[in-house]
Design a protein around this ligand. Sequence first.
Ligand code: UDP
Length: 192
Amino acid sequence: MKEEILGVTVNKETEQQLLDNIQNDIEMGRKSRIVAINPEKVMMASKDPALRTLLNESTYQIPDGVGIKIASRMRGGAIRERVTGIGMMDALLQLANKHGHRIFMYGAKKATVELAAQNIQTKYPNLIVAGTLDGYEKDPEKIIQAINEAKPQILFVALGSPKQELFIRENMERLDVNIFQGVGGSFDVYSG
Ligand code: UDP
């Protein structure tokens, strides 16, 4: 269930409802991609139709930023709860921990992603960090191969926006992954 804010669609569901849908996607073997929508992206997309398409064609557009909640309310919309990109990542890690899902972390500097992975594994011992790869590897074949060999259900891509959304769109067909989330600077946060 979605509503439109200046031409960008945003999901109305609460975080818990989205998580239920995502777990269902994993069980059904569906591929879904998650993008966080904040006011900056909405403003950029209003001037850039290609970016608007890139955002709108995602499976889930989560309402990141208080500005999205306020814009929804002003337009008579139904979004009442903010769902941040990092909040959604943490919720997905909890889901993975509950079900023993495999995750892969791609992006950021090598030391950052490795430290973030260690911290996540300590915090969530029941999920499986199936692999990590820094965001400066240039050979797309190596990237695809590393991810497919790890067989994760959930892939977090931290390349910044819109680079991460472009990577996901271009490669999702070839990647043996269910859930794709672009997470911006989140690995830097988990590494701290
Ligand atoms: N990054 C990367 N490869 C690149 C460019 C950026 O891995 O080619 C990483 C960078 O190291 C940082 C993240 O992408 O960890 C970008 O975070 P930023 O906060 O700029 O993203 P935003 O959330 O603002 O989109």
